[in-house]
Design a protein around this ligand. Structure first.
Ligand code: MN
Length: 128
C-alpha cells in the first residue's frame, strides 16, 4: 500500500501544487483546508505524514502541530511544516511545536518529494 499523506493548507492553489507533485510520486493524498480539519482528518485517516501550512484560518499550523503531538493517537505521525515566514526564531518555534522538518514557500517542486521520502524513511534507490 502506498504511503498516505495529509496535506493541510488553506490556499487552494498551493494545495493543488502539492497534490500534483505527490500524486505523481504515487502517494495517496488527503486534503484539509485548515488546522482543525487537519486534526480531524489525521485521526480519521491515520496518514503516514502531514504537510502542515503554518498560516491558516480557524487554527494555524503551530497550534495544530502542538495538538497533534500532544495526542497519543496522532503523535507518531511525522509533520513537515510549510511556511512563508522565515524570520529569526521561526525555525525554533516550528520545531518546538513538534514539527519534524520545515520547508519555506514557494514550494520547490524538486525538493518536496525528496524531503517527503526522507521523512517517510524511504531511501531513494540508486539502481543497485
Ligand atoms: Mn496559508
Amino acid at each position: 500500500m502506498n504511503p498516505k499523506i495529509l496535506i493541510v493548507e488553506d490556499n487552494a492553489q498551493n494545495r493543488l501544487l502539492m497534490v500534483d507533485i505527490l500524486t505523481v510520486h504515487g502517494y495517496e493524498i488527503i486534503e484539509a483546508k485548515d488546522g482543525l480539519e487537519g486534526i480531524q482528518f489525521a485521526k480519521l485517516h491515520k496518514p503516514d505524514l502531514i504537510l502542515l501550512d503554518m498560516q491558516m484560518p480557524v487554527m494555524d499550523g503551530l497550534e495544530a502541530a502542538r495538538l497533534l503531538k500532544a495526542d497519543p493517537e496522532t503523535r507518531s505521525i511525522k509533520i513537515l511544516a510549510i511556511t512563508s515566514f522565515a524570520m529569526k526564531g521561526d525555525r525554533e518555534r516550528i520545531l518546538a511545536a513538534g514539527c519534524d522538518e520545515y520547508m519555506a514557500k514557494p514550494i520547490d517542486t524538486r525538493d518536496l518529494p525528496v524531503v517527503v521520502q526522507r521523512l517517510l524513511g524511504l531511501e531513494a534507490s540508486h539502481g543497485s
